[in-house]
Design a protein around this ligand. Structure first.
Ligand code: SF4
Ligand code: SF4
Length: 484
């Protein structure tokens, strides 16, 4: 352990450790409403994560039938009926903004509810703790065993626990890669050792990180590595619901025996009997009675523990409860508690979520099956031909999101007497130049736009039109025509 000499207020040398080793936490088993809620969410979220790659979704011929798929080879993302292309990356940006706003709203309503119930670190740590408890016993047993000798039985227990942890971690990594390829096919390839090496490498990395983070680092991730506790501390307000020890009810705390005798004498005694059950069940080792703490992930397990104690000693439940700072102050003055979920910041977050969600939905509904992007040649901006006409060159990218081949003609509007030449294009049945774009493909072509009538300005706005086989305008894109 590193140590350094400091001078204390009296001027004496004072040995202060600069590094404090982490104390192993042995969370005790607890039952109650919040524990059941956490089990339900754990089963739901892990069930979705492990099984979703096997859900099928028929999109038609030549299309993958996996409901959720990141198709890196064709650079596309499939999510049930939604198919996103690389040029639609703004949807991912929108999703990230939406996720952040939802997190802010959750925080404004009920503090770190994400951390306590839904964060992958919490969910996997909970699962690993359940395995540890199953193999090695509850808190007291585990403490005794860790302090005792390393007998063959103890080695066997440890080996079994780590083997189960590694198996879960391996499944976690295995499920992750299934999102990047056809899941049933990849499972067979993995089992027959014919999967791409990158799949094994990804599984190896994720197995290691899951095993290390959920099995060994646990609360250290929340306490030291995750930035969210610091961010949420800056975002919260005194009307947010947080797991709170109700001082007004709990203090002055005494042992059960002393509390009873004080009450028998007509003196006041708080409901807290200092049994420390709320502390021993805490997965991060926090004593909630000391007030708000960055270490508290708001999992509610101390509420369950204290409720059991209150039931046993015949006092009302919820000495520890989801409550607000406002109510702590109100209770101290004898006022009734108030709960204000609807307040400016929750209304603001809800409005922003509706706005971003609405814009994304409108963009999703309004997007076409085809699109076009145009890039003007940078140099030269224009050339004057021998017959006096002016020509500009462009690179046009056509996108066909349909599962069949499509043929497009190109025309330009906004430029008098414009002619359009597609380099390398073959004439279609009507003799016009057209471009074939394969199913679910993009195609880039060089396009020359010329005019004999020089535009009156140096830079004339024009629009490219991609005309489909039935004469319909399939896609448009804007650019400029440059002239001397
Ligand atoms: S579990 Fe309840 S009674 Fe026991 S120490 Fe914690 S707050 Fe006090
Ligand atoms: S103090 Fe209570 S709510 Fe906070 S992390 Fe510990 S058990 Fe969970």
């Amino acid at each position: 352990m590193a140590a350094s000499a400091h001078l204390n207020s009296a001027g004496d040398a004072d040995e202060q450790p600069l590094y404090a080793p982490a104390h192993k936490i042995y969370p005790q088993k607890v039952t109650g409403f919040y524990r059941r809620l956490k089990w339900s969410l754990l089963i739901g979220t892990l069930g979705v994560y492990y099984l979703l790659p096997f859900v099928r979704w028929q999109r038609g011929p030549n299309e993958p039938s996996q409901a959720v798929l990141v198709d890196l080879a064709h650079r596309r993302f499939f999510f049930f009926f939604i198919e996103l292309w690389p040029q639609e990356v703004y949807f991912f940006t929108g999703l990230l903004i939406l996720a952040a706003l939802i997190l802010f709203l959750m925080n404004a309503v009920a503090g770190r509810v994400w951390c306590g119930y839904l964060c992958p670190q919490t969910v996997w740590t909970d699962l690993f703790l359940a395995v540890e408890r199953l193999v090695e016993g509850d808190r007291r047993e585990r403490i005794q065993k860790d302090a005792g000798p390393l007998t063959p039985r103890r080695i066997g227990e440890k080996a079994l626990k780590h083997a189960i942890w590694l198996m879960i971690a391996w499944w976690t990594g295995g499920a992750w890669v299934l999102y990047f390829a056809d899941a049933p096919t990849l499972v067979v390839q993995l089992a027959t050792l014919t999967a791409p090496p990158v799949a094994y490498a990804a599984i190896g990395v994720l197995t290691f990180t899951t095993y290390a983070l959920a099995g060994h680092m646990r609360e250290q991730v929340c306490l030291y590595m995750c930035p969210w506790p610091r961010i949420q501390a800056a975002l919260t307000d005194e009307s947010a619901l947080n797991v709170t020890y109700r001082y007004d009810r709990g203090e002055p705390r005494h042992s059960l025996k002393k509390s009873i005798s004080l009450r028998n004498l007509g003196q006041s005694a708080g409901d807290c009997i200092d049994c420390a059950q709320c502390v021993v069940v805490c997965p991060t080792g926090v004593d909630i009675r000391e007030g708000a703490s960055l270490g508290c992930i708001q999992c509610g397990l101390c509420i369950d523990a204290c409720d059991s104690v209150m039931a046993k000693i015949g006092r009302p439940a919820r000495l520890i409860a989801y409550d607000t700072d406002v109510n702590i102050k109100r209770r101290a003055t004898g006022s009734k508690p108030v709960y204000r979920i609807v307040r400016p910041r929750t209304v603001l977050y809800t409005g922003l979520i509706a706005l971003v969600g609405g814009v994304m939905l409108a963009a999703l509904i309004g997007r076409g099956a085809y699109s076009m992007a145009v890039i003007h040649d940078r140099n030269p901006l224009f050339v004057r031909l021998a017959d006096g006409s002016i020509r500009n060159a462009f690179t046009v990218r056509l996108v066909n999101k349909q599962s069949e081949i499509r043929q497009f003609r190109l025309s330009v509007s906004g430029l008098a007497s414009a002619t359009v030449e597609i380099i390398g294009a073959a004439p279609d049945s009507s003799g016009a130049e057209s471009v074939d774009v394969g199913p679910d493909q993009t195609r880039e072509v060089r396009v020359l736009v010329s005019t004999r009538l020089a535009p009156p300005v140096e830079s004339q706005p024009i629009a490219f039109l991609a005309i489909g086989e039935k004469g319909e305008t399939a896609a448009t894109a804007k650019d400029f025509f440059h002239a001397p």
